[in-house]
Design a protein around this ligand. Structure first.
Ligand SMILES: CCC/C=C/C(=O)SCCNC(=O)CCNC(=O)[C@H](O)C(C)(C)COP(=O)([O-])OP(=O)([O-])OC[C@H]1O[C@@H](n2cnc3c(N)ncnc32)[C@H](O)[C@@H]1OP(=O)([O-])[O-]
Length: 248
């Protein structure tokens, strides 16, 4: 039925490095241009981890030019996913904090594996950083303003039952049924004529995407000022050290 599967593979935690973002955009573009594909299932090849989100090492201790290039790539992936003409279904087979959650929120439907460890949410505040306005918009469009406000301020990570309750995911299923469920949901979405579904998707999402499109450069400048602050660099270093020490 013309369904592709994109399996993220950047061990150990599927962080969204510049390289991963770039490759993801290229794969998506190829699928968009190949008329044999009408849908994509986005999932992970890393056991227990959908994606650890943006790659913290890309945002810490690097040059301004690097931050700008990185942020443009994050914007690009979000825009491509959010406005994709394809049906996108996230088969979430692992934990998905911050950018990992965002990626799934850009999809048309989310199926999450029922494992209490598989938390998802925009936890940026807990790192001492702030989810950008278009991350916030994507969450608001999914779960509504009040739930998003509380989740964003507290940096909440929701376990599956909670994620389902607030509407962050559409279905929670046993781990071994995530892929088959995503496929049967896909069949339902593909039963709708493409042109009508695509125009409707556009109607729902374009105003949100346009807010970023109209001020992409300003958004990059804002990110540069924010990420270069000593206090932010310090928060990121402390957080990364904590992650590294957790092992030791
Ligand atoms: C304004 C910007 C908005 C920001 C948006 C974001 O997405 S911000 C992102 C918000 N994301 C988060 O808050 C998630 C942070 N990550 C976690 O909570 C956990 O890693 C986990 C639950 C994903 C996996 O637990 P686990 O016990 O299976 O694995 P582990 O913990 O032992 O890590 C293994 C190795 O990976 C490393 N590494 C990990 N994440 C990242 C990363 N994002 N990047 C780079 N590296 C990362 C970790 O340092 C370690 O490196 P080492 O020592 O081998 O050199």
């Amino acid at each position: 039925m013309g369904v592709a599967v994109i399996k993220l593979k950047n061990p150990p935690v599927n962080s969204l490095s510049l390289e991963v973002l770039t490759e993801f955009v290229i794969s998506l573009e190829k699928l968009e241009n190949d008329k044999t594909f009408r849908g994509v299932i986005v999932t992970s090849d890393c056991p227990g981890i959908f994606s650890a989100g943006l790659d913290l090492t890309e945002m810490c201790g690097k040059s301004q030019a690097h931050y700008a290039e990185y942020w443009r790539a994050v914007q690009e992936l979000w825009l491509r996913l959010y406005l994709s003409n394809l049906v996108l279904i996230a088969a979430i087979n692992g934990v998905s904090p911050a950018g990992g959650c965002l990626m799934s929120l850009t999809c048309d439907y989310r199926v999450l594996a029922d494992n209490p460890k598989y938390n998802m949410g925009l936890n940026e505040t807990l790192l001492g950083i702030v989810a950008p306005s278009w991350f916030k918009d994507t969450l608001v469009n999914t779960v509504g303003h009040r739930t998003a406000e509380r989740a964003l301020q507290l940096g909440l990570l929701f376990p599956p039952a909670e994620a389902l309750r607030v509407g962050m995911v559409d279905q929670v299923v046993p781990e071994d049924q995530v892929h088959s469920t995503a496929l049967s949901v896909m069949a339902q979405w593909l039963a709708v004529p493409d042109h009508a579904r695509q125009l409707t998707k556009n109607l729902m999402r374009k105003p949100t995407a346009d807010r970023l499109v109209k001020q992409r450069d300003a958004d990059i400048q804002y990110f540069l000022r924010f990420i270069s602050r000593d206090s932010i660099q310090k928060s990121l270093r402390v957080y990364l050290d904590k992650l590294r020490q957790k092992k030791g």
